[in-house]
Design a protein around this ligand. Structure first.
Ligand SMILES: [Zn+2]
Length: 327
């Protein structure tokens, strides 16, 4: 899009086109992303255009955007966000116009896994054969959730996480995070800067997970059915997304503790929560290596079952019972 690209083809960063692009307001760069249709309406009654101001603000403050942060930035936690068929029509009509600059037109479609099947079908022909000087960038966080008919028409590039060391440096340098905390966050996020930042900004939410994890381990070890009952009641009131995140969190913590066990040292999330009573070393002795695959399958299956719309309390109770059987 740049008017004066560097000799190596990179953008100059200063021309009008670069400035507009950096503000997400270049007239030839179009955005399509999951939205909520608003109160009492289906998502198909609106398009991304109605949410563009919020989306621009969101991107400016979230250099590594995550879907759940987008949901909360538009206060749509209780709604279903998707890219509807009306969005696809809007995209096709935008792409059929001549570009303002006479150069390329770009469509950035964020999270194609959220396309409704009707919306996806409507875009298939354009994805297969875009008009001249038209680039479609589909950015997914879950390739397995994207329809195969879309994937087969795309060139797939996977962009790996930045990596632990780089995230640690970035948190330290750009966000003034203390070195110890930066190390814990980079480990916990497996080198994903968006996740690390999310943990940093939502320490209290993460603390809730850490406490629930500790309770679940104590309950399982002691085979405390009364405790399990209370644990299920508490977690059963969470939203599905939150419960799924909790299962992912639990897998990460168990694998951190297993690493701690094998190395005899290392960072775990509890280093960041001295107020939670948990002895990593003591627990690592209780945790036999043979337990690991069993814990992992409890957490993985719990996450899948929640995603399948099963009753969260039943899923949690089942997970609790299975963890009791492990010890
Ligand atoms: Zn430029």
């Amino acid at each position: 899009m740049c008017d004066q690209p560097n000799p190596n083809g990179g953008a100059c960063g200063f021309c009008d086109a670069c400035v507009q692009s950096s503000l997400f307001s270049h007239p030839d760069v179009h955005f399509a992303f999951p939205i909520s249709g608003g109160d009492g309406e289906g998502a198909s009654s609106k398009t991304s255009d109605q949410y563009l101001p919020e989306f621009r603000t969101y991107l400016k403050t979230n250099p590594f955007p995550m879907f759940k942060n987008w949901i909360s930035s538009i206060s749509a936690q209780k709604k279903v966000l998707q890219i509807g068929v009306k969005e696809s029509s809007a995209v096709l009509s935008k792409l059929s116009l001549k570009s303002h600059s006479g150069k390329y037109k770009i469509l950035v479609l964020w999270l194609p896994e959220k396309l409704s099947s009707a919306a996806a079908n409507k875009l298939l022909k354009t994805i297969e054969e875009p008009n001249e000087k038209t680039v479609l960038l589909l950015i997914t966080h879950d390739l397995s959730g994207v329809l195969p008919t879309i994937i087969s028409r795309c060139l797939v590039f996977s962009i790996p996480p930045l990596g632990g060391k780089q995230v640690e440096r970035w948190l330290n340098k750009e966000r003034n995070v203390a070195p110890d905390t930066a190390r814990v966050l980079s480990k916990m996020s497996c080198g994903d800067p968006g996740l690390a930042l999310d943990y940093l900004e939502n320490r209290e939410n993460l603390k809730v997970f850490a406490e629930a994890f500790v309770s679940s381990m104590k309950i399982s070890f002691k085979k405390d059915f009364q405790g399990l009952h209370l644990w299920v009641e508490e977690l059963g009131s969470w939203g599905r997304g939150q419960t799924q995140e909790y299962f992912t969190f639990s897998s990460t913590v168990i694998s951190e503790i297993a690493k701690y066990k094998s190395m005899g040292s290392g960072e775990v999330i509890f280093d960041w929560f001295p107020e939670i009573s948990f002895k990593t070393e003591g627990f690592s002795k209780l945790l036999k290596y043979s337990y690991l695959p069993m814990f992992m399958s409890v957490f993985d299956e719990g996450k899948i079952d929640i995603g399948r719309n099963l009753n969260p309390k039943i899923v949690l109770f089942d997970a609790g019972i299975r963890m009791m059987e492990i010890f």
